[in-house]
Design a protein around this ligand. Structure first.
Ligand code: ADP
Ligand code: MG
Length: 699
């Protein structure tokens, strides 16, 4: 048996169980060994019932002498009481509140291992365990390995379908028994330097901790064995990242020239003085553009921090060098918004910007495409379809990708297939927690705008319940009387845009007729045609519309500095990052801005989200919270595939180990002890890790 052996070769795993395991991605011996315990229990303090003393944590093996469910009104409620006895002839009571479900689990005559805190019930005079952990020792077909489950530190696994922790323990033990020692793959010097056990030792200990282990370390995932396996997982991931980065640096790309003329043109375009952060970031970008290799840079900055102007500066550099620029946005409305912005500032320099959207007629499209193909338009803006479809560029030099918070598009970008290596600048408004950025965008260079344009006041955020919505409206009214503008937003859940549109439509009618009959109200939603969207946007910008009722299509892109109030209806239905984005539509001018989150029904998670937003306007903090509340998978949405699948390691829990692994990986790839070491590592990564770090490489 070796690591690649299918689990069906393990005694006790037949086709049915193998299928259950496979559904969890567990196919080979290596997979099973990677399925590590999430908790450990010290069952080495084995006692007889007669030896138990109140107050201690203990393990006993005992027989069920009676079991009964009492005092329940509904199924699953009620108290489940079991009396246990053992060879010492003493009795112990086990009690489970809401224990109705146990009626089918524990029955008279069974032998069980119980683990829990011993208490003295002064009312009945019994020794009692409340809600003890237990494992049934008799009655299944996996007997004979009883010593695995008691009298030692015991690993607890998350059950896989119908396979209990106990069965998984047995299988893992069998695998470890029949497996030849596994060889180390990571460079030896690392084990010495970081004082890590070898892989074989680590694998055995993570499943079956030796008797004298410090259980607290194990349960905190910081035992030497766990450290080793977590480190190893991150190490290979980061080696892969480092190799990818290195490779990108050797690809031939465009070396843009940035002379006095280019500088002067950039200056002429700027409508305001850039902040210090914007200056620093544009320099990082300019340095990349000068280098004869394709730029792969991620531009991070909180919503409203002024990323667009930085992108425009990069565009000017490319255009002045005789190249074209593609601007890709995740939605049509954002593409429209970008087109509006870029046209406005780039026409000053005499450049032509075209917007290609799905809603233009085919004749228009043909004309615009011709402009792009002949190089008469310097900037082409559209959704990602722009590059995937049949748009030919005369000489594409720079692709600006506005990802906002919709990740996962990058991988699909077919730039390389077009045979060009333009520079790529990715913009994102969702600050990505550093540890995630390191793993997911690890092969991109990162620039961060960490400063807001001058004069911005933090947005004041309030929470209101639905019955207080009138207050929100009268507040809006006062702001509008002072000359401001407002947004009212409806949730749109991707698949029910139609429903959200209907809700927005209804609200639009309600607000414009009943609540604000004297105030011009506008309506914006995803089903409007491109021209209509542009027209509504234009009228709101010019202040002809005072209140804009909208679905979340405005979430990105709207830039109206006079808007100072946002009311978000059913705010409990939005995600944290999304609410932060939405809120970023106000607070873009000098006036104090407000965001009112109106909620109907909230669960705990929603309450936590609302609280976070009321408390903070810091995008990085919010993003960390979002990650914590939802976990990495959810954080990136179900469509996201760029997240490497980690087994033992956990980005949230193990951030500091990730840092160590990254440092070591970068160092190892840059200065391997020998060429041979490097070759072996590269081969190992290719064979074992390729499918697991689906990292973003653009272009
Ligand atoms: P982001 O895309 O990062 O959310 P934008 O690029 O849309 O932010 O900028 C937000 C607003 O701030 C825009 O109205 C923009 O014109 C303005 N802005 C950006 N940088 C500055 C600056 N240095 N000084 C003044 N206003 C700025
Ligand atoms: Mg923007």
């Amino acid at each position: 048996m070796d690591l690649t052996t299918p689990l069906t070769y393990v005694k006790g795993i037949g086709p049915a169980r193998a299928a259950m395991l496979q559904a969890k991605g567990l196919v080979t011996v290596e997979d099973l060994l990677g399925y590590v315990p999430f908790r450990y229990e010290d069952r080495s303090n084995m006692k007889t019932i007669a030896q138990l003393a109140p107050g201690e944590m203990a393990t006993v093996i005992a027989d069920v002498s009676s079991a009964k469910l009492s005092g329940f009104h509904r199924r699953n409620l009620g108290l489940f009481e079991v009396r246990f006895t053992d060879a010492s002839r003493a009795t112990l009571a086990g009690k489970w509140f809401h224990g109705g479900y146990l009626a089918n689990v524990l029955a008279e005559g069974m032998k069980v291992a119980l683990f829990g805190k011993v208490e003295f019930d002064s009312y009945t005079g019994d020794l009692t365990m409340l809600h003890p952990e237990f494992e049934i020792l008799s009655g299944d077909d996996e007997d004979g390995e009883g010593t695995l489950h008691v009298g030692r530190i015991v690993p607890i696994y998350e059950g896989v379908s119908k396979l209990t922790t106990r069965l998984l323990r047995v299988f893992t033990h069998r695998v470890l028994e029949s497996l030849a020692p596994v060889e180390d793959q990571i460079p030896q010097y690392l084990c010495q330097r970081l004082k890590m056990p070898d892989l074989w030792t680590a694998l055995r200990q993570i499943h079956f901790p030796p008797p004298d282990s410090d259980l607290r370390l194990f349960n905190a995932f910081r035992s030497p064995a766990q450290f080793r396996l977590i480190f190893e997982e991150f190490f290979w991931l980061e080696c892969g990242v480092a190799l990818k980065r290195g490779k990108a640096r050797t690809l031939p790309g465009i070396a843009f020239e940035i002379g006095p003329r280019v500088r002067e043109r950039v200056k002429a375009m700027l409508p305001f003085k850039p902040t210090g952060a914007q200056k620093r970031v544009i320099k990082e970008i300019a340095d990349d553009m000068k280098a004869p290799h394709p730029m792969n840079r991620l531009l991070q900055g909180d919503v409203g921090s002024g990323k667009t102007i930085v992108a425009a500066e990069a565009a000017v550099i490319a255009i002045e060098n005789g190249y074209q620029v593609a601007v890709l946005a995740p939605t049509e409305i954002l593409a429209t918004q970008h087109a509006y912005y870029f046209k406005q500032i780039l026409s000053k320099l005499g450049y032509v910007t075209v917007l290609l959207t799905g809603s233009s007629t085919s004749r228009e499209k043909a004309q615009l495409k011709k402009l792009v193909a002949e190089g008469l338009a310097q900037v082409a803006i559209g959704t990602h379809a722009l590059l995937e479809k049949d748009v030919e560029f005369h000489k594409l030099g720079l692709a600006i990708i506005d990802e906002q918070h919709r990740f996962g598009v990058l991988q699909r970008l077919g730039l390389l297939e077009k045979g060009v290596h333009p520079d790529v600048l990715v913009m994102t408004a969702t600050p990505i927690p550093r540890t995630l950025a390191m793993t997911i965008y690890g092969d991109l260079d990162v620039s961060v705008i960490d400063e807001m344009p001058p004069g911005r006041k933090p947005i004041v955020t309030k929470h209101a319940t639905a019955d207080q919505v009138e207050l929100a409206y009268s507040f809006m009214k006062r702001q509008i009387d002072e000359g401001r503008q407002a947004y009212v937003v409806y949730p749109v859940i991707e698949e029910s845009e139609t429903q959200a549109m209907k809700a927005a439509q209804k609200m639009y009618e309600h607000l414009s007729r009943e609540v604000f009959p004297d105030i011009p109200v506008g309506l914006m939603h995803g089903r409007l045609g491109g021209d209509e969207k542009e027209a509504v946007m234009q009228r709101f910008k010019e202040g002809l519309i005072k209140i804009l009722v909208s679905t979340t299509v405005i979430e990105v892109g709207m830039d109206v500095s006079n808007a100072s109030v946002m009311v978000v209806e059913q705010a409990e239905r939005f995600g944290l990052a999304q609410l932060h984005q939405l809120r970023g539509r106000v607070g873009r001018g000098a006036a104090q801005s407000y965001c009112i989150l109106v909620t109907e029904k909230m669960n705990d998670a929603a309450r936590e989200r609302i609280r976070t937003l009321v408390e903070s306007t810091d995008g990085f903090y919010i993003s960390e919270m979002d990650l914590k509340l939802r976990g990495p998978g959810e954080f990136f949405g179900t469509k996201q595939s760029g997240l490497p699948s980690l087994r033992v390691a956990n980005i949230l829990r193990d951030a500091e180990i990730l840092e160590v692994a990254r440092r070591e990986a970068v160092d190892f790839i840059a200065r391997p002890p020998s060429e041979d070491d490097l070759r072996r590592a590269v081969a190992y990564i290719r064979d074992h890790w390729q499918r697991r770090y689906g990292l973003v490489t653009v272009g």
